[in-house]
Design a protein around this ligand. Sequence first.
Ligand code: BDR
Ligand code: CA
Length: 326
Amino acid sequence: MKRKIILDCDPGHDDAIAIMLAAQHLDVLGISTVGGNCSLENVTINALKILELIGRPDIPVYPGHSRPTVGELVTAPQFHGKSGLDGPDLPAPKIKPREKHGVDFITDTLRSAAAGGITLAATGPLTNIAAALNRAPDIAGRIREICVMGGSVTFGNWTPQAEFNIFVDPEAAYRVFNSGVPVKMCGLNLTRQCVITEAELNLIRKIPTRTARAAADMLGFYVEAERKNLGIPGGDLHDPCAVAWLIDPSLITGAAMHITVELKGEFTRGMTVCDYRHLHAGDPERDLCHNPAISFRGKEPNAEAGLRLNRDGFMKLLLDTLARYP
Ligand code: BDR
Ligand code: CA
């Protein structure tokens, strides 16, 4: 039986690849969209385009919030282009978004399912999920877990300390991390282990399907954008890592720790404050185990942070998945 998930996202190139992974290997009950990489309108159209491309128009798309909990939306056109998904030439989608608001979809779906039966995967700002928890606090006990692409155990990307998704809506992230729901944090420290290379891109280019062709065009744009903006020779596949963790938990090794979100820091707003003082030597990328001789020194863990990726296993999953679509 495939794991049931709701995917909350802001496609976005890496979100688009995450949708492809999720739709093949998980039971995606629906996609809620959120303003993030681009406007809500654009990210919703992009989600619909991807579903049509992969032949899954049956997965419903529910637009959620267009703006973060506080302040104005920050977008990332330098990485995702004007449309939020520049690169491939995808036709305007024939399928339409649903009328229901994304937050209502999340709330209603959780309330109507068995407790613990549904996982939330979030690859954009956490605005919708926090709004659902605020509006209907009873759903917290019904969520199996929330797997978040966001934050970092080490350094940020949007600011020295903050990762983009958390930076866009720190209040929402704070609500989610402090909700009591088990959180898996797939942060930048993990996703930086997943920079797709030109050689891997060529392997995708060789897959003779329309989905693989579009994925290669998408990733080609994204790799070039990362090269221009970050100077790295490849593109970080952030969001697909979070979905891969749900598909095959053995791909990512994590450690339990307490994580909260800085809301007030002059230089650190949006930072995920990760307490890993109980790991062996305090190096989150090397020391994966809790040394039982060292006790938790802060609050009890509320999250599992992804620390190490089986990169070969991930790439195999990605290539196999793209080959399975039309
Ligand atoms: C995150 O920010 C977005 O630009 C990506 O889609 C990803 O979710 C990485 O910081
Ligand atoms: Ca995203």
